[in-house]
Design a protein. Structure first.
Lengths: 256, 296, 329
């Protein structure tokens, strides 16, 4: 089983605060890797380091065997790494369709002079992207409202739109930062179904989550962090029983 | 005293006088940014209107000059209340941080050209009794007006500083500047504080106008000459940083004085704004402030 | 009617209007002049809107690029005896290059800071124009500037000494730029720019190189303003730095916002309205700037989407069955 994504000895400090300390992780191709941990464990920071939002203080990240050092976020997207954000970052003034269309940025094939004066291939490209965008919106259950402003969607729908938009980049690795946050149980069910569908298509997933039901249902392996450090890694069933993990989550309550 | 030395001392004095006035104007800008995260583009026009208020008080009502400074102070305060009520308060809910800036650009253009329509383009000669009395030390001289400016400005800045450090309201202002959410949770009434901030800032601007009036050319566009320089000072000193702004204001005043002496007055703006661009390129948060990485 | 059909109809209508305007104002050199200024302002406004409205970068220094275009073109023609059209291209290019420098500032600076940096740009450019007397003749300015040289098209020679012909030239260029820019905005490039405007971080996660496209937007926006600048001195006959003081930037800002920021037609409406209206209302010609300031403030406070937003709202009232809820711009 080849590792699609590998990181070793990752460190990140902000000023004096050590957000991530000596984290090493391997994600196999086609696997679903969950990353859990109490609040402040450094999970989002880890995703930010992997996707290139900011550089690590130390450590190495490899994707498909290639060292990502110095590669900015947009270049990593071109390599096939997509992600969603913990705080929803949609293009609020644009429509649902326009949001997803923005995801095709990497894949357009149009001769430069057709941008100001469009002709055949520009129109074909546009039609192609529109069709694919509609398919993606249907995949996340938003097929009927494609011309509404993204900002007017309900919270759960906004999360799904973010997923559709990220999928438009046709990624090999898809990292989701707390996709179930703020979703009701029906929406979580739906999300679970979509994630399983994606896994069935061979997409590699990294999911940072607090929702344990979701994690247990979909993950192949679980990586546990606490206070920026590695705590435990293993299959879901083992994680649930691990005393260190339980202590990290219950923390002060268990000791009190 | 050798010539070069006396020239340097003279320009240093000029620079400090000018710097004091710039600090008065810039402090208001930095205060507003620190507490409200906004820029009032019409701020320098408050300086102009303060100058005109002082002018008419002395020329038409025959009031004393020192008292006219107080009148300008009041005029500035009133303008601050109006701009806050009309623009900053209504737009605060929306969260769009640039709309108020653009709105105040409109207000600035409106005020300048309204003043032009009301007062005409010909410069007004603002005479004060203090401008005539000079004090000399050898080749170095300054007028009582200069002395007055430094004294009043130093007193005002000192009072503001003490207010911010030692009074409850002052500390509340600093709390809001540091962390708006938490300050709100602690029961501090933000709207009143914001109103107070703008009033203080605008009053200082008006007061600066009354003292600038006799020194600069008094036209409706007097403010326009000061506004971008004030931005330069605030950026160099660090937006929201009081001590930095004071230092930067004096620094710019000195730079202006030396540039006038050694390079000619035409290049002052060029030098100051080139410095501003250099600062923005390498240290946009100011000489003293620290960097913060964006939270994603 | 299909989307493409509507667009061709729009272009045809614009051509008709442009062709007829000088005829309507026949004999009035004054109104011909107003129309030329109007066409120039339209060019400036749509170029500013590209940077502010579509890419979301608050640029308060557009007057600098206008001035660079004007001075580079004029000095090349007058002093170095260049061909006008080559000088015009050089003017646009020079403005575009300086625009790239401003774009570099936009890499790290956001919001207020960028606004101030752009303002500093405008002031520094103005100061250079005033102080570099050997080249620009300083505040006294350059005199006796000729309009563009005549063009021979087969048997016909078009001379631009007549204001009507100059208007056709500038308006024609304006129309071509408008159509090309409009297509650009509708294309994936426009989507990219809007993504940067909305949220640069997630745009990067989609593969958008924010720095590259900011450079693109600033370069193109500045170059178009520089292009407009090439025609301004030939029309007025003289060239002084005061024409490019920062108040010009605010005037353009007012046109873009009053018309409708972030739309293609908005800046056109704003430019036409704010150029022509003060002339129509005789007596307030001198208070033109006062009106601009008031209009800008009121629009930002009460109708931030400008006239386009107001028109859409009225349209939605009048034909409620047709309007979709929450339609984006």
């Amino acid at each position: 089983m080849t590792a699609l994504l590998r990181c070793a000895g990752l460190h990140k400090s902000f000023g004096g605060v050590r957000a991530v300390q000596d984290i090493s992780l391997e994600v196999a191709a086609g696997a679903v890797q969950a990353v859990i941990g109490p609040n402040g464990a450094g999970k989002s920071t880890l995703l930010n380091l992997l996707s290139g939002v900011y550089p690590p203080s130390a450590g190495r990240i490899e994707f498909e065997g290639r060292d990502l050092a110095g590669l900015p976020a947009h270049r990593r997207a071109r390599l096939g790494i997509a992600r969603t954000f913990q705080k929803i970052r949609l293009f609020k003034q644009l429509t649902l369709l326009e949001n997803v269309l923005a995801g095709f940025h990497i894949h357009h094939r149009i001769p430069w002079w057709q941008y100001p004066f469009p002709a055949g291939s520009a129109r074909a490209d546009r039609a192609r992207c529109h069709d694919e965008a509609h398919r993606l919106l249907a995949f996340v259950g938003l097929a009927d409202r494609t011309d509404t402003r993204a900002g007017s969607l309900a919270y759960g729908q906004q999360r799904m739109l973010e997923i559709a938009r990220a999928l438009a980049t046709a990624p090999k690795l898809f990292m989701l930062d707390e996709p179930a946050a703020g979703l009701n149980s029906a929406e979580v069910e739906f999300l679970l179904g979509r994630l399983n569908e994606l896994r069935g298509r061979g997409l590699t997933l990294v999911v940072v989550e607090h929702n344990m039901d979701l994690v247990m249902s979909v993950a192949d392996r679980v990586f546990v962090m606490d206070h920026g450090e590695f705590l435990f890694e293993g299959p879901p069933a083992e994680v649930q029983r691990h005393p260190g993990v339980i202590a990290a989550y219950l923390g002060a309550e268990a000791l009190a | 005293m050798p010539d070069l030395l006396s020239v340097l001392v003279q320009q240093s004095l000029n620079g400090i006088v000018l710097g004091c006035l710039y600090v008065l104007v810039a402090l208001g800008l930095t205060l507003i940014y620190g507490v409200m995260n906004q820029i009032n583009f019409a701020h320098a026009d408050f300086v102009t209107l303060g100058a005109f208020a002082a002018y008419f008080f002395t020329q038409w009502l025959g009031g004393g000059y020192v008292l006219s400074i107080g009148v300008a102070f009041m005029a500035g305060a009133v303008l601050g209340v109006l701009v806050n009520a009309a623009i900053f308060a209504p737009l605060r809910e929306r969260g769009d941080e640039l709309r108020p800036l653009v709105a105040t650009i409109g207000v600035s253009v409106l005020l300048e050209n309204g003043a032009l329509a009301a007062f005409g383009p010909i410069p007004y000669e603002f005479h004060t009794p203090y401008a005539n009395e000079t004090i000399r030390f050898g080749k170095i001289y300054f007028t009582e007006q200069h002395l007055l400016i430094v004294v009043v400005a130093a007193a005002a800045i000192g009072a503001l500083y003490a207010f911010m450090r030692f009074t409850f309201v002052g500390k509340a202002l600093r709390a809001v500047a540091q962390d708006r959410e938490t300050a709100g949770l602690m029961g501090i009434n933000q709207n009143q504080l914001i109103m107070l901030t703008i009033v203080i800032a605008s009053a200082f601007a008006g007061m600066a106008g009354a003292m600038l009036g006799p020194v600069l050319v008094l036209t409706p566009f007097a403010g326009a000459t000061v506004i971008v320089k004030s931005f330069a000072i605030v950026i160099i000193g660090g937006f929201g940083n009081m001590e930095g702004t004071i230092l930067a204001g004096l620094l710019v005043g000195l730079i202006e004085a030396y540039t006038t002496q050694f390079l000619g007055p035409g290049v002052i703006d060029l030098v100051v704004f080139a410095l501003l661009l250099v600062m923005l390129a390498f240290r946009p948060t100011g000489l003293i402030a620290e960097k913060r990485e964006e939270n994603v | 009617m299909s989307e493409r059909g509507r667009r061709w109809l729009g272009i045809a209508a614009a051509v008709a209007v442009i062709a007829l305007l000088p005829v309507i104002a026949q004999g009035s050199a004054y109104w011909h002049g107003i129309m030329i200024i109007c066409a120039l302002n339209v060019l400036l406004a749509i170029s500013l809107n590209l940077v502010i409205g579509y890419t979301g970068q608050l640029n308060l220094g557009q007057s600098a690029f206008y001035g660079i275009g004007a001075y580079v073109t004029t000095v090349l023609v007058q002093t170095l005896k260049w061909n006008f059209w080559l000088a015009m291209a050089a003017g646009a290019l020079a403005a575009g290059l300086v625009g790239i420098v401003l774009a570099v500032f936009a890499f790290r600076l956001r919001g207020h800071y960028l606004a101030i940096a752009s303002l500093a740009f405008a002031v520094i450019t103005y100061q250079i124009l005033i102080n570099w007397v050997s080249v620009t003749k300083g505040p006294l300015g350059i005199y006796g500037i000729a309009p563009p040289p005549p063009i021979a098209l087969g048997p016909v020679t078009i001379a631009f000494t007549s204001p009507a012909n100059l208007f056709y030239l500038v308006a024609g260029i304006g129309l071509v730029v408008y159509v090309a820019l409009g297509n650009l905005i509708s294309s994936p490039i426009g989507e990219t720019l809007r993504a940067i405007r909305e949220d640069e971080v997630s745009a990067a996660a989609l593969g958008v190189n924010g720095k590259l496209w900011k450079v693109f937007a600033f370069a193109l926006g500045s170059a178009i303003s520089g292009l407009a600048g090439a025609f301004y001195p030939g029309f007025v006959g003289t060239l002084v730095p005061d024409a490019f003081f920062i108040i010009e930037s605010f005037t353009l800002l007012a046109m873009v916002i009053v018309g409708g920021m972030g739309t293609m037609i908005g800046p056109v409406i704003g430019a036409v309205l704010l150029t022509v209206l003060p002339e129509l209302l005789r007596g307030i010609g001198d208070l033109r700037l006062l009106v601009y300031g008031l209009a800008l403030t009121l629009v930002v406070l009460f109708m931030p989407g400008g006239i386009v937003q107001a028109a859409r709202a009225i349209w939605a009232r009048v034909r409620p069955a047709r309007a979709a809820p929450g339609t984006a711009s």
